[in-house]
Design a protein around this ligand. Sequence first.
Ligand code: ATP
Length: 382
Amino acid sequence: MNFDAQLALRLQNVTKQYGETVAVDRVSLEVTPGELLALVGPSGCGKTTLLRLIAGLEMPDEGYIEIRGRVVTGKGMFVPPEKRRVGLMFQDYALFPHMTVAENVAFGLQGWPKEARRRRVREMLSTVRLAHLADRYPHELSGGEQQRVALARALAPEPDVLLLDEPFSNLDAGLRVEVREEIRDLLRNINITTLFVTHDQEEALVMGDRVAVLNQGRLEQAGTPEDVFHQPATRFVAEFFGHTAFILGHVVPEGVETELGFLSQQVPLPPGTEVNILVRPDDLVVYPDEAGEARVVRRAFQGMYHVYQVALPSGRIIHALTLHTHAYAPGTRVRVELQPGHDLVCFKNGRSVSAERSDEVASDHVSLKVAEKELSLGVPAY
Ligand code: ATP
């Protein structure tokens, strides 16, 4: 068999159907040892089902899963959950209320010799900085502390892979940011392979070494946070990461004509081809101009920035941002230009031109860049 022990986890063509619903649809994914992979997507896209399949709490209808080169499900194999060396933590933590913190952490170590078990519990509690609370009960802990106990319990049996399902969703906004940074650092320090599920785009980008985006059970794209944000393979991925607009462009021999000006970089499509170009708020520059044909529709103050909804002459609505020092009221006539130096991704039939081409020609990476010299700007670059 073709085992690949270099990988911590490998999913090949994994499919799971509940009646008519295809919860996970032919997902193939590889995770390297020590990697932190964020699984992200809208509600119902199959994130939890995927974790449950890896943990052995569900059986796939098709495909197989390997953990450290060993097939745990598929190809006629099924390794039960307790033999998979997988640590699981769900969003409600599921601590045992009648057990102390130390007893909760010791729960997964039942086969261990007594002294080794005691030592491991001490070690885990000190890793999550809770040694001083070993004798407390879960109801005597804060939400953040309960979460660290649950993490210590999942890590105690030395799993090969840690699976976290919406680990931060029970924490309030302020604590959430603090706790997720702490946990990310901790997971990096102990170098454990982790898959964590979130529906929060920002959390996926901040936490993940790589981000896998799911949509209706299908894997749309897996890549570094920078890749999925700046080089989305599909319109779905582009739109998932927020404040997205597409402007129309026409390929000409030297570049692309758009309603916001000319893009000088070539695209590998015949002249005359119509494309959609992804523009995010920071790709655009907006400034007041009485002769401007665009108009501010709405302004949202976001502390350091204002984010504007702007109606272009074509009727298309785009988002643009300015520093907080520039405030333009709704109704203001403005000019909108493309921010020089930004790579812009071009889409055709819902897929990025570079992704489409990379299916045929693996090496090529196509993006558009606004020529620096073409624009002179009235406001600073962000
Ligand atoms: P959320 O973010 O809301 O938790 P999710 O991305 O984790 O969603 P899943 O819980 O994996 O999504 O569900 C994927 C799809 O499979 C959904 O349409 C869901 O209704 C369906 N589903 C999940 N579990 C079952 C089940 N046991 N029986 C029937 N359908 C199910």
